[in-house]
Design a binder for this molecule. Structure first.
Ligand code: ADP
Ligand code: MG
Length: 342
């Protein structure tokens, strides 16, 4: 009997492939199973999107610096982001939660205040879930349901040669926010008297603690009559997500360092911490911005839009995936994004 590869060797995506590679869909309504930001089912003429994300205490969040209200908001936001990444509209969520004995009613009320705030802001209904106990801290799983139109639904695999690669917002800020929180946690642990020093960096904290799904970008694309050829949300860093789009579209990519949108605050803190800002954008993660490709003929339509930046273009698969640095050298993109199983 040949020994199975360890989970460590497989990694997150290898494990998912290992577990789901032999699944056979038997329901005619199942249009797309594993492999994109959300699954797609079709009932009558409606395309329904379904996606689940799991947040585990100690892995995805640290309650020492994560207010429960923010955690609740974020748990919903990151799920809605996956619906947006299909060019869809979020409609409902369910929430499954396991808690240990340390949690009080007041704490759960705070968590749910954040959940309800996100539901209200994005006009989604919380329609069910499950509640259980846990031996070690909190685990939170959110499932989001959304809809998409037949002619505008966007997958990861549709990028075409010469398409323009675009991102929404700016990148790397959430990662710098996390590093800042980790730094202040160490300072507090070593010296009880000090107050945490976040001045001037509030934007970074907000980006990490309270990300927003880019429903506004889905609306802008619709308004401007642009249907992306492919799309994914940036949860693991730009590099890893470009590779997903290119692998699934069987294409290559060239992106330009000077074009990657990075906020000034992100840049300043990165430099202070001896981190190259581009590295924070490429390999940080948790930005929850949208990465998408559009036909060159659509570029004019979004050119003046301040929330969207063109960062490069799609090439043949044989050309590989590269970052062209400001110094004009070509660096191959690697998936160094957060691997929770590492
Ligand atoms: P995202 O980062 O957009 O949330 P993931 O990288 O978590 O996506 O997942 C990639 C794909 O694998 C998705 O289609 C997801 O539904 C599927 N998937 C992840 N974990 C499992 C699992 N344990 N069983 C079945 N499918 C899974
Ligand atoms: Mg996603």
């Amino acid at each position: 009997m040949t020994e199975k590869p360890s989970i460590r060797e497989l990694g997150e995506f290898g494990l998912i492939r290992h577990l789901t590679g032999d699944l056979k869909m038997v329901q005619p309504e199942t249009r797309l199973g594993v492999g994109d930001d959300a699954a797609v089912c079709e009932y009558g003429n409606s395309k329904v999107l379904i996606t689940t994300d799991l947040l585990t205490e100690g892995v995805h969040f640290d309650l020492i610096y994560t207010p429960l209200k923010h955690l609740g908001y974020k748990a919903v936001a990151v799920n809605l982001s996956d619906i947006c990444a299909m060019n869809g509209t979020p409609k409902q969520i369910t929430i499954a939660i396991a808690i240990s004995a340390k949690f009080t009613t007041e704490m759960m009320d705070e968590l749910y205040a954040g959940i309800k705030l996100a539901c209200e802001k994005y006009q989604v209904d919380l329609i069910g879930g499950d509640t259980s106990s846990s031996m070690t801290g909190m685990t939170l799983a959110v499932t989001a349901i959304g809809t998409a139109q037949e002619d505008t639904i966007t997958y990861r695999n549709g990028a075409l040669e010469n398409d323009i690669i675009c991102v929404s917002g700016d990148l790397g800020a959430a990662y710098m926010g996390l590093l800042l929180l980790e730094r202040e946690k160490r300072v507090l642990r070593d010296n009880q008297i000090t107050q945490p020093d976040f001045e001037g960096n509030e934007y970074l904290l907000e980006r990490f603690l309270k990300p927003e799904p880019r429903k506004d970008i889905v609306d802008i694309l619709k308004e401007k009559n642009v249907i992306p050829t492919s799309m994914i949300d940036i949860s693991d860093g730009l590099s890893s997500e470009i590779l997903h789009l290119c692998q699934q579209s069987n294409k290559g990519a060239k992106i330009y360092e000077e074009k990657i949108p990075i906020d000034l605050v992100t840049q300043q803190l990165a430099e202070k911490m001896n981190i190259i800002p581009t590295t924070a954008a490429l390999n940080g993660g948790e930005d929850y911005e949208l990465l998408f490709t559009i036909r060159p003929s659509d570029y004019e339509k979004i050119k003046g839009e301040s929330k969207i930046t063109a960062i490069g273009h799609i090439t043949p698969a044989s050309a590989g995936c590269y970052l062209i640095t400001t110094g004009d050298s070509a660096i191959e993109l690697k998936a160094q994004g957060w691997n929770p199983l590492a």
